[in-house]
Design a protein around this ligand. Structure first.
Ligand SMILES: [Zn+2]
Length: 137
């Protein structure tokens, strides 16, 4: 067993290894397998899953570490963008009865304003810009 571990660590030397894309791909792969069973097989999904798992392990054993690292960073940026969009939507839903969200026309900051029907003047706390806000309902 020890010799196996030694061989493995020698083999993995200078290779990229696992990251967030690897974990996500594996989850996607197993979800795909479950779907495959539910829909009684599909050649397209089979091919997709085969390519997915091949690409996943190509990345793990890749020696182009900088490139794989950059891919993972881009993937994390993408995931964070989605998280922030979902979070903003969730906050809007939560506050729908009491607040309205508006962007400052000057600095694009998102402001959470109390829900008062009519036209008001809002002041942006970031850039101190004053602007008109119309809240209809
Ligand atoms: Zn502003």
């Amino acid at each position: 067993m020890n010799r196996f571990k030694q061989r493995l660590s020698q083999f993995m030397q200078g290779r990229y290894g696992i990251d967030h894309i690897y974990v996500t791909s594996l989850i996607l792969y197993f979800v795909g397998l479950i779907v495959l069973r539910q829909i009684n097989n599909s050649i397209y999904l089979n091919i997709f899953l085969l390519l997915l798992i091949a690409w996943t392990f190509y990345r793990v054993f890749s020696k182009n570490i900088d490139r794989r690292y950059a891919e993972n960073q881009a993937f994390l940026r993408f995931i964070n963008q989605i998280k922030s969009i979902v979070n903003r939507l969730w906050m809007r839903m939560r506050d729908i009865g009491t607040h309205r969200y508006r962007r400052c026309p000057n600095c694009r900051a998102q402001l959470r304003l109390p829900r008062k029907i009519g036209v008001h003047t809002a002041r942006c706390p970031r850039c101190n810009n004053r602007f008109k806000v119309k809240i209809r309902l």
